[in-house]
Design a protein around this ligand. Structure first.
Ligand SMILES: C[S@@+](CC[C@H](N)C(=O)[O-])C[C@H]1O[C@@H](n2cnc3c(N)ncnc32)[C@H](O)[C@@H]1O
Length: 290
């Protein structure tokens, strides 16, 4: 087996492909061949922790060991990025508040119920941001409101449930909102206020798990931002099918600004807001049965 100078095993191309395919089948994240070195470096601590000598044996461990599910989570954890912060992409959030919230208030006036889903929520900043914006709008205060945050990583979900954050998470938070919706809890740390937390629930969910997605309630809006950039076209298609299925007919999908559905958009309509482009699941009758 070829070895690095520091005594670390080198990943052969065949081992890389086996590991890449295994990760891809699990969660849709596609690691390109030019990232072999990065994969090697990030997975090496896992081999060290398990006392495994080479990547071929690590692949066999991931496939057959009794601990394989937990280990696959650990492997994916070390290969993914969880970068996020409160009030990310403010122009999109402005369009959401000024243009979509009035529509949703009208549409759901008869049920007075609103459901939002932050799919790939990381450590919770996006889900709490949405809850804060709903509160701040003053439109839904006596409604039945829930923001659902889901992610593949249990580690970031634990952070989300704790709801305590430092300066990096707050770097784009407008000072007046910082004042209104957070409580200081220590040097440079704040906690999300309880009435905001009461509107938000977190759960573990793999967007590539089509059957498991049935457990996600139907929602009026899905934010799936900066998640699918790591997927290939086939995985994106599958995940968009899941999202479409969990959206109410006429419900909206908001993606990150680096993402679009131009080549995939048949199941969604493009909606031109004044301040943003968003997607909508078609209304019935063109919607439900398809
Ligand atoms: C870069 S963060 C984006 C967080 C937030 N949406 C934002 O835009 O600030 C991407 C998140 O997607 C999650 N993720 C990646 N693949 C996933 C999958 N198949 N199912 C669910 N979450 C996934 C990662 O764990 C990570 O926390």
């Amino acid at each position: 087996m070829p070895r690095f100078d520091e005594g670390r095993p080198e990943m052969t191309l065949e081992e890389f492909r086996l590991l890449r395919d295994h990760v891809y089948a699990h969660c849709g994240i596609l690691i390109h061949e030019n990232m072999k070195f990065v994969m090697e470096r990030r997975l090496w601590p896992r081999l060290e922790a398990l006392g495994i000598q080479d990547f071929g044996s690590y692949h066999r461990y991931l496939r057959y060991d009794a601990q394989r599910h937990a280990e696959l989570e650990a492997a994916v954890e070390s290969l993914t990025t969880h970068e996020t912060y409160f009030f990310r992409e403010p122009a999109q959030l402005k369009a959401f508040c000024e243009e979509l919230l009035p529509i949703l208030e009208k549409r759901n006036a008869h049920t007075r119920r609103l459901r939002l889903w932050s799919a790939g929520c990381s450590s919770g900043e996006e889900a709490y941001t949405l809850a804060m914006l709903l509160k701040d709008s003053g439109r839904f205060n006596d409604w039945d409101v829930e923001v659902i945050g889901t992610d593949l990583s249990r580690r970031v979900l634990a952070v989300a449930r704790r709801a305590e954050y430092g300066p990096s998470a707050l770097r784009a938070t407008p000072p007046d909102l910082l004042e209104r919706y957070f409580i200081p809890v220590g040097v440079n740390r704040v906690r999300v206020r309880d009435d905001v937390k009461a509107w938000v629930n977190f759960g573990h969910h793999n967007l590539a798990d089509v059957a498991g997605s049935q457990l996600v309630p139907r929602t009026d809006v899905v934010f799936c931002r900066n998640v699918m950039i790591y997927f290939d076209q086939a995985a994106r298609r599958r995940v968009l099918g899941v999202i479409r299925d969990r959206l109410c007919p006429g419900g909206y999908l908001l993606l990150g600004h680096a993402e679009n559905l131009l080549s995939l958009g048949a199941d969604f309509e493009l909606v031109h807001l004044k301040g943003d482009l968003v997607y909508r699941r078609p209304e019935l009758p063109g919607g439900e049965g398809r």
